[in-house]
Design a protein around this ligand. Sequence first.
Ligand code: PMV
Length: 359
Amino acid sequence: MTPSGEATVAAPANIAFVKYWGSRDPARGLPENRSISMTLSRCRSVCTAVFLPEGDGAPEAGAGEATRDEVLRVDERGVARPAPEPFAAPVRSHLARIRRWAGAAGRFRIATRNSFPTGAGLASSASGFAALTLAAARAVGREAAPEELSDLARRSGSGSAARSLFGGYVEWPAAGPRDRASDGEGSGGDEALPASPIAPPDHWDLRDLIAVVAEGAKEVPSREGHRRVLGSPYFRTRLELLPERLEEVRRAIADRDFDRLAPVLEREAVDLHFLAMSARPPIHYWVPGTLEVLAAVRELRAGGVPVAWTMDAGPNVHVICPAESEEAVRDRLAGLPAVRSLIRDRVGPGPSSEAEPLL
Ligand code: PMV
């Protein structure tokens, strides 16, 4: 990796066992609760960042600096095109943040690519912003510990990107108590809030079979969900239940105890959607295919197969199981009419430097 100028990094997606759901300021990644996730292996985003320092062919810095950053998206066939504005705008504002953090002046050229099918309705923002943070930080030549980069990544607008900086099983804290004295709005967001690994990937070989039942972007982005669920009358109730759930999940991971993990995993996913459905106005992510997959998971379990489901803010189902049940689970899910595609993933290592630049 060159100390400055250009870097290409791949970063993984992650699936939360205890969800980050509800934020006092989603744009700054200030979660109301702690979360725990498993880092994935196959679902990754690759990002190449080129930094052109001022006086090195780059136009002079100024108020409009961010608008000169070039953001390209590389499709499945390897063709790079300018990213549409809804994709490019949050990338540019994160690049402006990285410039401030590094005290650097100049402009970026960015290219990103997902290893998993785009348009499959799978959240790619965590892996995307983790890869962007790492590649851009390296391109501007600022060395930093993973914790500092995790904290930088969570400010991207995809809070869960903080967890994608690490492999294996990862925990991310909640924002500190609201600081009513200062602005009445909540924590200033200036405190460091990095995620940290709690177990390496080889500690427990869990699999994640992602049953895609609806393709395309979800109706309500998670950023909006984080805001709306604060208005659910059940929001505080879930917060009260969380310390026990977090402890159960930590213990289940430490002891590789799937029977302990499974019920908490499903309760958490139910609550994510329960809070969404009881928000004002409500958010409905489930589609008929979702229920078909959940029924199949229950049937498998009734037949003695260790398996459980979880979901993010969307209709697709992450079916989690130990390595030894993967074949049975795959056979059952692949045969369901509702399942349009099945992505076979597993716990994985964290980000990696890539030799092949996208640009
Ligand atoms: O990373 P964000 O801000 O897009 O939030 C994602 C939140 C969930 O995926 C719904 C849950 C989680 O903890 O990953």
